[in-house]
Design a protein around this ligand. Sequence first.
Ligand code: AMP
Ligand code: MG
Length: 417
Amino acid sequence: MLLTFVEAKERLHHAATVSIATKMVEHETIPIDEAVDRINAAPIISPIDVPVFDNSAMDGYAVRLSDLANPLPVAKAIFAGDDIKTLNWEKGSCLRIMTGAPVPSEADCVIMQEECEKTANGITFLGDLTKVKRGQNIRRAGEDVAKGSTLCPAGVKLTVPLLSTIATLGIANLTVYRPLKVALFSTGNELTPLGNPLPHSGAIYDSNRFTLKLLLKKLQCEVIDLGIIPDDLNKIKQTLIDASMSADLVITSGGVSVGDADYIKTALTELGKVEFWKIAIKPGKPFAFGHIGNALFCGLPGNPVSTLVTFYQLVQPLILTLSGLSDNEQNEQRELLTFQVKTATDLKKVVGRLDFQRGLLQTNGSGELEVTTTGAQGSHITHSVNSANCFIILEQERGAVKKGEWVTVELFNHLLS
Ligand code: AMP
Ligand code: MG
């Protein structure tokens, strides 16, 4: 019996949780301008109120409601950046005030200048004075972020909007988890590095190592690239030993299936522990997971689509957990990207494995979302992924799907889009 996708994910998650608990993943402090997409390692508590002080949301006139009458003389002008500690504001007058300028505590509201007219005797308010409300156009201190409140817990990805709020607190440095060290190599006698002529008719380019490197960099990992290793058990074992000594996680591509030159599982068995091998998914059945020394190990199948799909569906959550991202954050993200739609095309499917077919989610002529297959779904057809924007996830026990049936789709996150 093959392991189900859900079981495989649970085993990966368990291993990641144990690994971070025993290793106590280190933290580092970095400048805020280098922190985008990193995971914060400590809760962020606001040292100040934001807005810092009550201030005007409009260019206009600050008034006391008890003084509201037409016309009202203008006593003074207050600009953004002014210090109003010593402001002396006579009763029976209003203040000219600019957006972002501090609002004195005696002011009840700000009336926008578009609703006022300057006259010889002061300001005439054009609107209905009975409708002027206390607090109108005043941005209160702390109404965005209150001093002492927790802006976010540890284990959250530092996105641009979050960093933008953190910047309003004046915080210049952040404590984040250190990047995960991932060692990577490809196996296969047929592989040629990019940029070189193919040496003979059986050779192909090592596209997977390039793909995996890009994906790892997007996940903020530090990549240790160990190149191409031929299909040779001893060479693979030696490289795995070297890799496991320098990395938190070792990833390989190819050689993990049942062919006569597939040495990854043997090497893993001899050097460490195989946690599981082979999952009931398509593409990506031959996927190996285990331990070598203190490092975790993922052996990805060599077919380019299988590499990409298993990385996305299995390795990505493992890396996110190892990188310190909380389960909450991960679940929320995935749920937001997953929904049910009707398929606009028939989908080939056989019972027995969970399929991650590639699709294009779009709106039809009636404005409804629907998904269309990207065509041939062979694990060597990279076009099936690069023309897609989502996975069509077809349950293990499901057979062929007819046009118009409901299917689950998972929109690609930033890793693939
Ligand atoms: P394997 O998993 O080693 O049995 O390889 C399965 C298929 O993927 C074969 O057609 C390989 O030539 C191809 N393949 C293996 N490694 C790579 C790689 N690094 N880049 C592109 N294709 C690969
Ligand atoms: Mg191979």
